[in-house]
Ligand binder design. Structure first.
Ligand code: CP
Length: 305
């Protein structure tokens, strides 16, 4: 029986290397056979207090391809939160109606709080600038699928490394796999010290840059991110940095043959559309991988695989 059975997933650090590999292997099985009736009779709740396209809809697809039912809301405005209901009361109520709760919330730490009060497992679908562990798992899946392995990858993370929750989770996970990290950001959006400490504690190296062109020749994975305008306390500060990095197709000349461009999406203008037809562009396949990884997670947490 799965070690993940009945356990919430709040931070990628809740999972060991063995747990992560188990989910990736299961996801490979679901990619080969995504339509199975294993969730028949199960109800999953999907509570999105913050906008989403990929995470919410890929969870919904994952559940429906597996024969389960999904209930929930896509905006806090259509729930009783709008009338002042607390997160605790919302979670205690929804746990009466479901076997598992998937939640996105703009507050850092809200998912951990929800898991502490909930009688059913919680999957964190993104809490503020903190963590996005399911995105991290699909990023790892995409890296392994395109590079043939997860060990010893050189990865360049570009853009908003301060507020971007996906890069925080991904650094923590890749620190288990002997990665070498290259961080490209404006001075004001550097990777937080707490995340860099994880790298140091793992005995690994990171390098910091302000120019995107510096990392393109040698990186295995070019992980672009959006500048997270919604998290800036001062909109004028966002205006100063919003167009810091724009990847164009011609900039990929001279990159490694096997290099892939990843992006958790949505993009605003950090990758121009002429990159989309380059075989090195992998971000839409990356989003597709989210279905298989989320199927694997749900099956493992419900003890069905
Ligand atoms: N990658 C990601 O979290 O996308 P959404 O915000 O559309 O869910």
């Amino acid at each position: 029986m799965s070690k993940m059975k009945g356990r919430s997933l709040i931070s990628i650090t809740d999972y060991t290397k063995e747990d992560i590999l188990k989910i990736l292997d299961l996801a490979e099985e679901f990619e080969k056979n995504p339509r199975q009736n294993i969730l028949n009779g199960h109800v999953i709740a999907s509570l999105f207090f913050e906008p989403s396209t990929r995470t919410r809809l890929s969870f919904e697809s994952a559940v429906q391809y597996l024969g389960g039912r999904i209930v929930g809301f896509a905006s806090a405005d259509t729930s009783s939160v709008k009338k002042g209901e607390s997160l605790k009361d919302t979670i205690l109520t929804v746990s009466n109606y479901s076997d598992l709760i998937v939640m996105r919330n703009p507050l850092d730490g809200s998912a951990r709080f929800a898991s502490e009060v909930s009688p059913v497992p919680i999957i964190n679908a993104g809490d503020g600038a903190n963590q996005h562990p399911t995105q991290c798992l699909l990023d790892l899946y995409s890296i392994r699928k395109t590079q043939g392995q997860l060990e010893n990858i050189e990865i360049a993370m570009v853009g908003d490394l301060k507020y971007g929750r996906t890069v925080h989770s991904l650094v923590q996970a890749l620190s288990l796999f002997n990665a070498k990290f290259h961080f490209v950001s404006p001075e004001s959006l550097k990777m937080p010290s707490s995340v860099k400490t994880v790298i140091k504690n793992a005995g690994l190296e990171y390098f910091q840059y302000t120019e995107l062109s510096d990392v393109i020749p040698f990186t295995d994975i070019l992980y672009m991110t959006r500048i997270q305008g919604e998290r800036f306390p001062d909109p004028l500060e966002y205006e100063k940095v919003k167009n810091s990095y724009i990847l164009t197709n011609s900039m990929l000349e001279g990159s490694k043959e096997t290099m892939k461009v990843l992006h958790p999406l949505p993009r605003v203008n950090e990758i121009t559309e002429d990159v989309d037809d380059n075989p090195k562009a992998y971000y839409f396949q990356q989003a597709r991988n989210g279905v298989y990884v989320r199927q694997a997670l749900i099956a493992a947490i419900l003890g069905l695989k």
